[in-house]
Design a protein around this ligand. Structure first.
Ligand code: SF4
Ligand code: SF4
Length: 163
């Protein structure tokens, strides 16, 4: 009998404790654990990895600034072949890269491509809002990927420098 009473008391105690936490969290201000996304954007950690982002192309900016030269190392590093790069064969052409394409439908945001880039021309952005109605909208060619309005991670926190 005593055991059953103890269990009964324990059950009520856990119900009371659970409700107490819910009420405190639900009605206190500044203590919320949920977010009103998409109306309010979450605070991302600096190390957060979003979609890969090409930031500069050699020819458009000085190579000293760290611009894509079309070396293809990012494409080689990608385990799921999201990136295709073609170098310009015409040495007189203003851009060294003929095409640079990212297929975000396959990308798993691992960051290996950015880590492999010797020019710091490819970074992992803070861009996580990639929902679209048509899959082809997630294929980013050079022009689109450079135009994307995104937040770039600070250079000091790129994947290669974290490790
Ligand atoms: S590794 Fe960097 S420089 Fe080379 S093709 Fe990729 S983005 Fe361009
Ligand atoms: S983040 Fe990973 S999966 Fe995505 S393109 Fe880069 S290497 Fe490929």
């Amino acid at each position: 009998m005593a055991g059953r009473v103890a269990k009964f008391v324990e059950a009520w105690k856990s119900i009371f404790v659970g409700h107490n936490i819910t009420m405190r969290r639900g009605y206190s201000r500044g203590n919320e654990v949920t977010e009103l996304y998409p109306y309010e954007k979450p605070q991302l950690a600096e190390r957060f990895r979003g979609a890969p982002q090409l930031v500069r192309i050699a020819g458009e900016t000085s190579e000293k600034e760290g611009s894509c030269t079309g070396c293809g190392l990012c494409a080689k590093a990608c385990p799921v072949n999201c990136i295709t790069v073609e170098r310009n064969k015409d040495k007189e052409a203003p851009l060294k890269v003929a095409s640079w394409t990212l297929d975000l439908t396959k990308c798993m945001i691992c960051g290996l491509c950015a880590e492999a880039c010797p020019q710091a021309a490819l970074v992992m952005s803070h861009d996580y809002e990639n929902a679209v109605y048509a899959k082809d909208k997630l294929i980013y060619d050079m022009e689109r990927v450079l135009r994307r309005p995104i937040h770039i991670m600070p250079a000091a926190t790129t994947v290669s420098e974290e490790s």
